[in-house]
Design a protein around this ligand. Structure first.
Ligand SMILES: NC(=O)c1ccc[n+]([C@@H]2O[C@H](COP(=O)([O-])OP(=O)(O)OC[C@H]3O[C@@H](n4cnc5c(N)ncnc54)[C@H](OP(=O)(O)O)[C@@H]3O)[C@@H](O)[C@H]2O)c1
Length: 312
């Protein structure tokens, strides 16, 4: 059995607020409980949803939720396996997810069903930032049920989730009109998409490109793109947003997300597609735990291509 220390460094926050409330603390390493695995984390992705959680937007600033750890995504090496766990071994390289907001730490404990084997060709950084974007992208694509030859508009098309969505679609022969800033256009073209800049006149620019109309729209940025889908004549049940929940409920659009595809088989299959090179996840930046505030400062500019990852 690997030597496991009593304490570890972990990202924590004790009050709701902006990224300045984040700090690294020495805390007990979680015990090895039945049905769970303990993983030495090699990389842990960061996601915009964590900013919203930390600001209390999901929990209504409920004091009972504090102090809190942070982070869903991780990849690492299994260092201990609890009683009753089958199919995961000590020493195995895995990636997975934590519902307990605890992956941004040197060690994370999760139910054994929340890890999958890391394909050898996947780097620690890509594996550690994969779960949320990959499963969310899969949920979003499934929600609009696209067929080869159809035209799908994607907003935030080069972001973490958007970039994954774009490639899932183009790999299936779907025509993607990819909304992104100019800096991302060449990258999107290299993935087989047709990029278009956001800003004034966007609807007209899309209509010029979509000579046979737009069949579906996947939004990864905000409510204006759900409205854009309606203006483009897309049926509401083929408009999906992963973020504009109120507008989706109001208009009857879809709002699927990572919770709908939280399944080790789905994550394992998506990880293989990335390892095979069918889908690229660019690493926009890596930061040590101590620089967690800087990592979120970069993410919160909302212009990341691919993923920012913490390396504990
Ligand atoms: N429901 C769920 O399960 C779920 C899961 C994951 C994420 N989310 C949410 O989905 C959103 C995206 O997450 P992410 O990880 O993909 O974020 P991200 O990696 O930070 O991507 C942000 C993207 O937004 C684009 N962007 C910036 N300004 C824009 C504008 N005015 N119009 C259109 N696009 C613009 C950027 O593109 P340029 O760089 O080209 O400007 C960038 O690609 C977040 O709000 C997150 O909270 C939801």
């Amino acid at each position: 059995m690997a030597e496991i220390p009593d304490t570890m460094r972990a990202v924590r926050f004790s009050e709701w607020g902006d990224r300045s409330v984040l700090h690294v603390e020495q805390v007990p390493v979680p015990p090895v409980e039945a049905g769970r695995v303990l993983v030495r984390v090699r990389a842990a992705g960061i996601n915009p949803g964590e900013t919203a959680i930390r600001q209390g937007l999901f929990d209504g600033e409920d004091p009972s939720k504090l102090p809190s750890g942070q982070g869903t995504d991780f990849a690492g090496i299994v260092v201990a396996v609890g009683a009753g766990v089958d199919g995961v071994d000590e020493g195995e390289e895995v990636l997975g997810w934590s519902w307990e907001r605890s992956s941004q730490a040197e060690y994370v404990s999760v139910p054994a069903g929340q890890v999958v084997q890391k394909p050898h060709l996947l780097s620690w950084e890509v594996a550690g930032g994969l779960d949320v974007i990959a499963t969310t992208a899969a949920a979003a694509v499934r929600a609009v049920d696209p067929r080869p030859g159809e035209t799908v508009v994607v907003s935030g098309a080069a972001g973490g989730v958007g970039g994954f969505v774009t490639q899932l679609l183009t790999n299936e022969g779907i025509d993607v009109i990819a909304i992104a800033s100019e800096a991302n256009h060449d990258w999107l073209r290299s993935k087989g998409a047709r990029p278009v800049s956001y800003g004034d006149g966007l609807q007209e620019r899309i209509e010029e490109l979509a000579t046979n109309g737009v069949d579906a729209l996947i939004d990864t940025y905000g409510p204006e793109y759900v409205h854009l889908g309606v203006a483009l004549g897309v049926p509401v049940d083929r408009i999906e947003t992963i973020i504009a929940f109120e507008v989706a409920a109001e208009l009857g659009a879809k709002a699927s997300g990572s919770a709908d595809t939280a399944d080790p088989e789905i994550l394992g299959a998506l990880a293989l597609q990335v390892a095979d090179g069918a889908i690229e996840v660019p690493i926009a930046g890596t930061y040590p735990l101590d620089r967690v505030q800087d990592a979120y400062a970069e993410l919160e500019q909302r212009h990341t291509r691919g993923k920012i990852v913490l390396v504990p």
